[in-house]
Design a protein around this ligand. Structure first.
Ligand SMILES: CC(C)(COP(=O)(O)OP(=O)(O)OC[C@H]1O[C@@H](n2cnc3c(N)ncnc32)[C@H](O)[C@@H]1O)[C@@H](O)C(=O)NCCC(=O)NCCS
Ligand SMILES: Nc1ncnc2c1ncn2[C@@H]1O[C@H](COP(=O)(O)OP(=O)(O)OP(=O)(O)O)[C@@H](O)[C@H]1O
Length: 196
C-alpha cells in the first residue's frame, strides 16, 4: 500500500514570490491548494460564507460579497473580532482542504500555499518550503505594485514573522532573488529529491 502523498507547505513574506513558485510546482504537475483563493471564493459573490459573516458582522457584505476593506477595518484592529471571523472561515477552508486531499491521493506530492503557515500553525503539512530573496529585491518588487507605499510595506513587514526566522524554520528554502529559470531549476531539484 502507498503511504499517500508528501504534504508540502509553501510560505514566504510579502512579495517574495510565493505565487510564482507555486505556479512552478503546478507546471511540474504538483496539485496546489491555494488557501487564500479558497477563502476569497467563499467570500465572493454568492459565496458560501456570506450569510454567516453578515450575521456576525452586520453590513460587512453586499451583492459583490465581503466588503474586504470594511471587514478588514473591523477585524484587524480587534483580536476578538478576528477570532470570530476565523471561527467562521477556518473550518470551511479545512473542509475544502480535505476534499482536495481526497481528490489527489494518487499524487506523490501535494503543495499547500499558505501565507501565514508559521504564524497560524499548519500541523497537517509534513515539510515546509520558504521562498526568500534579499530585502532589497523584496522591497523593489513590492513597491512596484500599484497603491503600495513605503509606510504600508513597513507595516505589513512588521506584522509578519521575519524572513530570517521563516528560513530558520523551513525544511527547504527556494531562492527567489535569482533569474526565474534558476529558481525554476531549484523547484525541479527539490521535487526530484522528494520523489526519489
Ligand atoms: C478580513 C479580510 C476579509 C480582509 O481582506 P483583505 O483582502 O483586505 O486583506 P488580505 O486578506 O489580503 O490580508 C491583509 C493582510 O492581513 C493578513 N491577514 C489576513 N488574515 C489574517 C489573520 N486571520 N490573522 C492575521 N493576519 C491576517 C494577511 O496576511 C495580509 O498580510 C480577510 O483577510 C479575511 O477574511 N481574513 C480572515 C480569514 C483568514 O484567516 N484568511 C487567511 C487565509 S486562511
Ligand atoms: N526568481 C524569481 N522567483 C519568483 N518571483 C520572481 C523571480 N524573479 C522575479 N520574480 C517576480 O517577482 C514577483 C513576485 O510576486 P508573487 O506574486 O509571486 O509574490 P508573492 O510572494 O506571492 O506575493 P504576496 O505574498 O505579496 O501575495 C513576480 O512579479 C515575479 O515575476
Amino acid at each position: 500500500m502507498s503511504d499517500g502523498p508528501i504534504l508540502l507547505g509553501l510560505t514566504g513574506s510579502i512579495g517574495m514570490g510565493k505565487s510564482t513558485v507555486a505556479q512552478m510546482f503546478a507546471d511540474l504537475g504538483v496539485p496546489v491548494f491555494d488557501a487564500d483563493a479558497e477563502v476569497r471564493a467563499m467570500q465572493g459573490p454568492g459565496g458560501s460564507l456570506l450569510g454567516a459573516i453578515e450575521a456576525e458582522f452586520p453590513g460587512s457584505t453586499d451583492e459583490n460579497g465581503v466588503r474586504r476593506d470594511e471587514l478588514g477595518a473591523q477585524v484587524f484592529s480587534d483580536p476578538a473580532a478576528l477570532a470570530r471571523l476565523e471561527a467562521i472561515v477556518h473550518p470551511a477552508v479545512a473542509a475544502k482542504r480535505r476534499e482536495f486531499l481526497l481528490r489527489n491521493m494518487d499524487a506523490p506530492v501535494l503543495l499547500f500555499d499558505i501565507p501565514l503557515l508559521f504564524e497560524k500553525g499548519a500541523d497537517y503539512v509534513e515539510r515546509t518550503v520558504v521562498v526568500s530573496a534579499p530585502l532589497e529585491v523584496q522591497r523593489a518588487r513590492v513597491l512596484a505594485r500599484p497603491g503600495m507605499t513605503e509606510e504600508r510595506f513597513a507595516a505589513i513587514l512588521a506584522a509578519q514573522m521575519p524572513d530570517a526566522k521563516k528560513r530558520e524554520r523551513a525544511d527547504y528554502v527556494i531562492d527567489t532573488g535569482l533569474p526565474l529559470d534558476e529558481t525554476r531549476a531549484q523547484v525541479g531539484e527539490l521535487l526530484a529529491s522528494l520523489i526519489a
